[in-house]
Design a binder for this molecule. Sequence first.
Ligand SMILES: *Cc1c(COP(=O)(O)O)cnc(C)c1O
Length: 360
Amino acid sequence: MVEGVLRKYGQFLPVSSSTPMITLGEGDTPLVKSTRLGNELGCDELYFKLEGCNPTGSFKDRGMVVAVAKALEAGSKAIMCASTGNTSASAAAYGGRFNISTIVLVPKGEIASGKLAQAMAYGAKILAVNGSFDHALSLVRTFTNNHPITLVNSVNPNRIEGQKTAGFEIVDSLGDAPDYVFIPVGNAGNITAYTKGFVEYHALGFSSKTPKMMGFQAEGAAPIVLGHPVSNPKTVASAIRIGNPASWESALAARDQSGGVIDTVSDEQILAAYSLLASREGIFCEPASAAAFAGLVKLRQLGLGLANQRVVCIITGTGLKDPDLAARSVQSEIIEIEPDIREVEAALMTPTKHSRREDG
Ligand SMILES: *Cc1c(COP(=O)(O)O)cnc(C)c1O
């Protein structure tokens, strides 16, 4: 039986005797050591935290379980969020399972097909806004201010509380905090949550240090790096296509207090990382998740020393949400044949550019 985030880490969460201890099996995700890419980067200890293994395929479930438990405890009539896709999938799943109506506002035409399919299947009421994520969030904030409905975006502190448990898990697995954590930054709730988790665990004596938080925005959606909101954010990585992050201030604090950075990566760098993670590590992630590893590659090329450093890349969500993107962006040769063994022989005897043996 899975414990779930509320039972496993309840003593560090806003849980009271009247909080329903709900779960959909979130948390306890694998922390896997790199087999190839770490060596190539001169990093002895590179790990990937596979948050795509959560029940709806992203880390959002860790925060959602706490936000929904608190909404149920408070007797709320419904939950509501704005979403680039994964928050709506998560809210809709917990809403369906724990019988609370779910309303999601998404930027029209900007949601990966898998994420929209989830929200529909889980039974959410979906409003497609002719505008950006930032417009959608602003509408949701106003609406939930005027109605007895719980806002479950990461401006809800219970979301951050739940998401900080991923930081706890990393320390629990490694026996100490790592030196660096590389993480994509969109609305900046997750970098805020990890920082909170690492700082709290350190204060309790579970780790000897806190990691440097290395956040990465996409070049076309980099308000924190630019120092001003971006009115029309653009990037292939839809989960971080955000022009005015809600947790802007706390992301800056996370950067400064940890001695880290918040920097940018281009879509080209993101897609290169996306394809490397899949073909060299067997990790098929979202482009937004690949931004973290793209950031590591970028800083390594700029001279960041990684020898004797423990580095964790947060793989925030699964690539299965947007299968079309892989088909569009990854170089791969598909050979069509008739169902005839001679054609199999012929196809496999012909040398190809991408011979597996050569790059091994
Ligand atoms: C939500 C999300 C992000 C961005 O997280 P923030 O908390 O908004 O910074 C990154 N990757 C994936 C897969 C996400 O779902």
